[in-house]
Design a protein around this ligand. Sequence first.
Ligand code: NAG
Ligand code: NAG
Ligand code: NAG
Length: 426
Amino acid sequence: MPRPSIVFFIVILVISLFLFLHALSTRLSWPLAIHPDSAQVVVEDDSAAQFELDADFTDHSSHTSPFKHTHHVSPSSAQSHSASTFTRKIVAVGDLHGDMPNAQSVLEMAGVVDEEGNWTGDVDFFVQTGDIIDRGDDTIKLYDFMDKLRVQAQAVGGTVLSHLGNHEWMNVIGDWRYVHPSEIKTFGSTAARQTMLSTGRIGKSWAANYTTTSRLPLHASLGPPNTDYDPNDTSPLSHAAISFVHGGLSPTYSDLTPFPSRINDLGHSLLRKLQFQHPLPPPSPPNPYPGLPRTATQAEHRLYDANGPLWYRGWALEPEESVCSRVDEVLQKTGTRRMIMGHTPDFQKIVSRCDGKIIIIDTGISHAYGGALSALSIEYTLSPASELAVHSTEKVWIEREVVKAVYFDREVVLADDEQQVTGNFA
Ligand SMILES: *[C@@H]1O[C@H](CO)[C@@H](O)[C@H](O)[C@H]1NC(C)=O
Ligand SMILES: *[C@@H]1O[C@H](CO)[C@@H](O)[C@H](O)[C@H]1NC(C)=O
Ligand SMILES: *[C@@H]1O[C@H](CO)[C@@H](O)[C@H](O)[C@H]1NC(C)=O
């Protein structure tokens, strides 16, 4: 009788499909690296919270303004491109995790590089928020790509701002839980990989050209990137800057100021201690977790703590009320208008919270996750309110900042803020 065997076949098919989908969702719900000091149970909480977040905040991308005195205008009214109009274009990309083809795609999509992977010169700043390493095999290619872009950018007045994520730190510490064996082969051996990340080409690049956080001014009058915020600055542009960090700047982290030099000084000294250990501790697994060097100070331990800038997930995972009630305090202290970070992925989209004051740009770009290919674009303009005003000393200016999430099939405006400012900014 054919009938029972067909029923049996269908039942088996349905069960396998269910198991397959279950395996897939388990894999996707396990994206978060675990801080070495945390118990396993924390992961489950985290990923559960992230799933709630996905459900809760789907439509909460904000289109309203973080400025106090703001009104929205039609694009045409801000397009007065007189000689004294200042513009700055920034593109930021989150976690890349060992996937060179997807990194190239995203940078090309955002106009940072051409189809050959060369700097286009169409953006002023390209920012990467860390976690280039682990979960994929293209570690060497990606760091070399970043180094090439840094030099090409500099030649035409552009800047690449690179950050160390918790995965860069894990690797230099010897916490190799998320390293693929096939990736180690691209270095030749475990020892060769250790050397490359400490005193070799990649390690030297980290020490010279990567920071743990940065403060990027929107306007040139605030100085070059990573100029400390001066709390005594009363100019209307004093906070016209954005912070970038891998995990997040927790409101209870005690080394926020002076921003960003305090955090970056701690990062430099800790990186140096790690890279110049003799001998380098054997990586874990299979060896025990080496931890920070004995010489690490308390402040250096706090830097790498779960509440520190590399691992903090509060801005991504905590409920809207508690996050939005604390964000201004951190923006005030750091002299910034927005905080941009990676680390806690949403596989569909860039997440904007609290009117775009918090933007989380990790969308699982690497094929290890299969998330959305995304980039954040920020276009800033400061233009004279009227041509007549150009020759007086105290001028009225129109300041505009447009923040967009860019994907292959669409762009989403996360903030479009405009305000008048008075001063001499020419
Ligand atoms: C573009 O990149 C290729 C390969 O990376 C290089 O050989 C070439 O010289 C670059 N072109 C320009 C104009 O820089
Ligand atoms: C750091 O970047 C500059 C370009 O900005 C480059 O000339 C230099 O070689 C880089 N240093 C290292 C150690 O990679
Ligand atoms: C701010 O001003 C006060 C008083 O004038 C001064 O003591 C302090 O050093 C200033 N702070 C900075 C960061 O310049």
